[in-house]
Design a protein around this ligand. Structure first.
Ligand code: FES
Length: 106
């Protein structure tokens, strides 16, 4: 499946992501610097914050309590479409998911 990352400067980068990887893992392993993923994907750091395209939000599973609490402490503003990218596992159904990268994670 492909995931489209939009950098803060507006440029788009499309990654072909193996199913089962998270949106965070795919970004970190391919050198997308706006996602840090400091806790390794355990919903403990909020440095993998992304903004999901609003019209695609309902494609995602609902967020858990840990994710919800952590997003309150994210470095960039929390918006209604904020999610932790480590909690988004890429599947065939999510092909074409678009996420915007915040301008800071710390
Ligand atoms: Fe730490 Fe997502 S990588 S919360």
């Amino acid at each position: 499946p492909s995931v489209i990352y939009i950098h803060p400067n507006g440029s788009r980068q499309t990654l072909d992501v193996p199913a089962g990887q998270s949106v965070m893992q795919a970004a970190v392993s391919r050198g997308i610097e706006e996602i840090l993923g400091e806790c390794g994907g355990n919903a403990m750091c909020a440095t993998c914050h992304v903004y999901v395209e609003p019209d695609q939000l309902d494609r995602l599973p609902p967020m858990g309590d840990d994710e919800d609490a952590l997003l309150d402490g994210a470095a960039a503003d929390r918006l209604p479409n904020s999610r932790l990218s480590c909690q988004i596992k890429v599947t065939g159904e999510l092909d074409g998911l678009v996420v915007r990268l915040p301008d800071r994670q710390v």
